[in-house]
Design a protein around this ligand. Structure first.
Ligand code: PMP
Length: 437
């Protein structure tokens, strides 16, 4: 059992200066029993250490970006080099071309790319571009998908907003919310109805092709194909939000679906990226078909800009991170560890009769405390929130850091080892034992 007095002190102090004590609401422990979140001091590889000296095995990976572990030497060297050469010019660099090339090679639907500073910005801009291109206003999104915190997509939003019980954020004008139509994920019939009803107004259908924000959820066989077909037949654009999914499951995106069983390769019109492509520094990117991207200034009339966009530190970290991920056997190894870990967790849940559904995709997975499958947002909501909170606390007390939300995934990194996995399985069994008592 760990003690965290310094975290508690810092939390009290933080509350006086920072709203809610955290700079992103998903970091708060509100949904897992409240109290002070853990204040971290440093991190290396698959571990971090808090301000009280406790060590944790990290399965958060900062909500995705830290796929090569913390302070990976290759990434750190790239950041150091960039810092020594000046962190921002407000003028273009060769580095940006290099990362754009790497993204295009891995994601062929991106003829043209633009770098921004976050996934939120990337998604927000794809919507603007789609509206400019189609001269239409509305978008369709899927319930429980999270696409960042811009106005239009904070309707029926999974991840943090759902965790905190505010899937429809306050502060979104009704005039804007009415431009979003929400349908259930994996439900082509509902999509069809929405397109029939509002077809002429739909600029785009936005989707996380593999969902990462109400757990990890795979599209049903034929779902993305059907989505794409109907959307295009309607003259609307398909936008893939791959902020989580790109470079998470294999080197590339979900668009090269040969990597996934029973899925067709689909090339969306626009793609939003973030997280992993910045190697742990702030980044986002969007891109797509040349004629669509030519809407963007300075070529076209759709405006998007950024003082920090394409900064050499983020770009260098991103290049270095992708270079590590190009290494031989990197993804199969993460998957192998995830298979071992999920098998061990499932066995523990069974032993102590705790209902648990695990959705695993390559080296990432989600744990749903329920005895039904989780294929859409409704099923992800209909799980035992209290059981997750207990599990989270027991794992934390044994030195294993998960996201403090039942909707978020566990992420393996290149730095986790078999020893970490086996220790985690042991801790999970102990957590279930305590929960069963
Ligand atoms: N889209 C998806 C699918 C995401 O998971 C996230 C972040 N969790 C975002 C967009 C927003 O990215 P950011 O937090 O970098 O703004």
């Amino acid at each position: 059992h760990q003690n965290r007095p310094r975290s508690s002190e810092l939390y009290e102090e933080a509350l006086q200066h920072i709203v809610g004590g955290v700079n992103s609401p998903s970091r708060s422990f509100k949904a897992v029993g409240g109290g002070a979140p853990v204040f971290m001091k440093r991190a290396q590889g698959a571990y971090f250490w808090d301000v009280d000296g406790n060590q944790y095995v990290d399965y958060l990976a900062a909500y995705g970006p830290i796929i090569t572990g913390h302070a990976h030497p290759h990434v750190t060297e790239a950041i150091t080099r960039a810092a020594q050469n000046g962190t921002l010019y407000g003028a273009p660099t060769e580095l940006e071309i290099q990362l754009a090339r790497m993204l295009k090679e891995a994601i062929p639907s991106m003829d043209k790319v633009r770098f921004v500073n976050s996934g939120t910005e990337a998604v927000m801009t794809t919507i603007r571009v789609a509206r400019a291109y189609t001269n239409r206003t509305k978008i369709i999104k899927f319930a429980g998908c999270y696409h960042g915190h811009s106005d239009l997509v904070l309707v029926a939003a999974g991840s943090g907003p759902s965790t905190l019980g505010i899937p429809d954020s306050a502060g979104i004008p009704a005039s804007i919310a009415k431009e979003v139509i929400t349908v259930p994920f994996n439900d082509l019939d509902s999509l069809k109805l929405a397109l029939e009803r509002w077809g002429d107004d739909i600029a785009a259908v936005m989707v996380e092709p593999i969902v990462g924000n109400f757990g990890m959820v795979m599209p049903a066989e034929g779902f993305l194909e059907g989505l794409c077909e109907m959307t295009r037949a309607n003259g609307s654009l398909v936008i893939y939000d791959e902020v989580i999914s790109a470079f998470r499951f294999h080197y590339g995106s979900t668009q090269t679906f040969s990597a996934f069983p029973n899925q067709a390769a689909i090339e969306p019109d626009l793609t939003a990226l973030g997280k992993v492509i910045g190697g742990g520094l702030p980044i986002g990117a969007y891109g797509g078909r040349k004629h669509v991207m030519e809407q963007v200034a300075p070529l076209g009339p759709a405006y998007q800009a950024g003082t920090m966009a394409g900064n050499p530190a983020s770009i260098s970290a991103g290049i270095a991170c992708l270079e590590v991920l190009q290494g031989e056997g990197v993804y199969p190894r993460m998957e192998e560890l995830a298979v071992r870990l999920t098998a061990g967790i499932e066995e523990g849940a069974k032993r102590y009769s705790i209902p648990l559904t695990i959705n695993r995709i390559s080296g990432a997975f989600s744990t749903h405390f329920c005895d039904h499958p989780v294929t859409n947002y409704e099923e992800a909501q209909d799980t035992n929130t209290e059981a997750f909170a207990q599990f989270f606390r027991h794992m934390l007390d044994q030195g294993f850091y998960l996201a403090p939300s039942k909707y978020e995934a566990w992420f393996l990194t290149t730095e986790h080892t078999e020893v970490d996995i086996d220790r985690t399985i042991e801790a999970a069994h102990e957590s279930f034992r305590r929960m069963a008592k």
